[in-house]
Every structure is written in structure tokens, then in C-alpha cells.
Write a protein that binds this ligand. Structure first.
Ligand SMILES: *Cc1c(COP(=O)(O)O)cnc(C)c1O
Length: 223
């Protein structure tokens, strides 16, 4: 027996009002999502196109789906009709494809820029300098289908709490820098998505607005 709803409610009771929960349901069945939904959860995170494609049709229409994994450009078109936020925008090529396809479909999607903050090498994501360069071009001001709504990052997987603090703080500071330099008065640029099961407490202390929690709600994933 699992206890998805009690896990969920316990976590939610610990979140400050300024922090929203993305329940990361990847590798868990639609029934598990339904159980969390019935306990009041509406925002769910998935990391694979095929999986979210299959699940979203079986589940209530008012779920706010967040994509949090590496997304291939050729998969963008199929998820756009029902996706709310793509948290893992890790290249300009991907961002431009999202803008193009969203335009063709006349939909709007929130996008977060995924930023490297961990010390360990990462396969995907922007360096802070790459982000600065892109944001400075103001290309995004002309976008019709994409709203640049924030940043997302993952800390190093380590027991060193001070390091995790520093990495999350660097993302929060980076968000503030972009906000002050380029997004003044743009209320839509407002999110810092950071914190998973093992480190969301630290992320909240460092100013997260979205935490993405899977294991602590649904249990261990079976890959
Ligand atoms: C899987 C995943 C999570 C959730 O991880 P847990 O440790 O299960 O809470 C959060 N963010 C991203 C990007 C993920 O891929």
C-alpha cells in the first residue's frame, strides 16, 4: 500500500504560500496521479514525451502539466496542445522550435530557462553567460507563443548542505539579476523552480517558487 495522499498533504502543509508544488509523476501510473489529484493536487511534472502523451488523455483536463525533462525538438509539436509549462528549455534551438510550433497552433506556453548551477558536469542546460547573452538580444520580446516565465535548476547530488545552499542561492541571485536587467515590469517573469525530494527544504530557504517533488510523494520509481 502506498499513501500518496497523506505524503502529499504532509508536504503541502510544510510549503510557504509563495511556493507551489509540482508533483513529479514520471514512471508512476495514471492511477497514482489520480490519487494525488483527488487529494487536491493539480500541477504534475513529467519528463518523457511518450509517457505524458499517454497519461494526459486518461486524466482530468484541468491538470496543469509541466515538462521537466530533456525535450527533443521533433517532440515539441505533439505536447504543445496540452502542456502548460516547459521547465527544461535547455537550448535556443529548442526555444525557437517551441515558439514556432506554438505560433502555428495558436497556443501559449510558459517556458523556464534551465540553468547549470551544479558543480558536476551536466549534459543539458544553459550557462549563466549563455542566458545573459540570449536575454540581452530581446528576441523573446517578439514571441507570440512563448512566455519566458522563469528559470529552473538542479543542485549537485551531495550531502554537503552548504554547497546545495550556495548553488540554489546562485540561481536565485541570477534570477534577480535577469529580472532587474531585462524583465523590469514584466510580471510574467517570476519563477525560480528549484528543489527536489532530497533538497527542497534548502531550496525554499533560498527563495524557490516551485519545488518539483516525486519520490517523497509517490515512492521510489521503478525504471
Ligand atoms: C525526477 C525529477 C525530479 C523529482 O525528483 P525526486 O527526487 O523524485 O523528487 C525533479 N526535477 C527533475 C528535473 C526531475 O527529472
Amino acid at each position: 500500500m502506498n499513501n500518496i495522499s497523506s505524503n502529499l498533504l504532509q508536504i503541502k502543509s510544510r510549503l510557504p504560500e509563495s511556493v507551489q508544488l509540482v508533483a513529479v509523476s514520471k514512471f508512476h501510473p495514471a492511477e497514482a496521479i489520480q490519487e494525488a489529484y483527488d487529494a487536491g493536487q493539480r500541477i504534475f511534472g513529467e519528463s518523457r514525451q511518450q509517457e505524458i502523451e499517454a497519461k494526459h488523455t486518461q486524466l482530468p483536463r484541468d491538470i496543469e502539466w509541466h515538462f521537466i525533462g530533456h525535450l527533443q525538438t521533433n517532440k515539441v509539436k505533439s505536447i504543445l496542445p496540452y502542456i502548460h509549462t516547459i521547465e527544461s528549455v535547455d537550448s535556443l534551438k529548442l526555444l525557437r522550435e517551441i515558439e514556432k510550433q506554438a505560433g502555428l497552433l495558436s497556443v501559449k506556453v510558459d517556458c523556464f530557462l534551465e540553468v547549470h548551477i551544479a558543480r558536476e558536469p551536466e549534459k543539458y542546460g544553459f550557462s549563466m553567460d549563455e542566458c545573459r547573452e540570449f536575454v540581452a538580444t530581446k528576441e523573446w520580446e517578439g514571441y507570440q507563443g512563448v512566455t519566458i516565465a522563469g528559470v529552473m535548476g538542479m543542485a549537485t547530488y551531495t550531502d554537503d548542505k552548504e554547497q546545495i545552499h550556495q548553488e540554489f542561492r546562485s540561481l536565485r541571485n541570477f534570477f534577480q539579476e535577469l529580472k532587474a536587467s531585462f524583465f523590469v515590469g514584466e510580471n510574467s517573469f517570476r519563477h525560480v523552480s528549484m528543489g527536489m525530494s532530497s533538497d527542497y527544504g534548502i531550496a525554499i530557504e533560498e527563495g524557490s517558487t516551485f519545488v518539483r517533488i516525486g519520490t517523497s510523494i509517490f515512492g521510489e520509481r521503478e525504471y
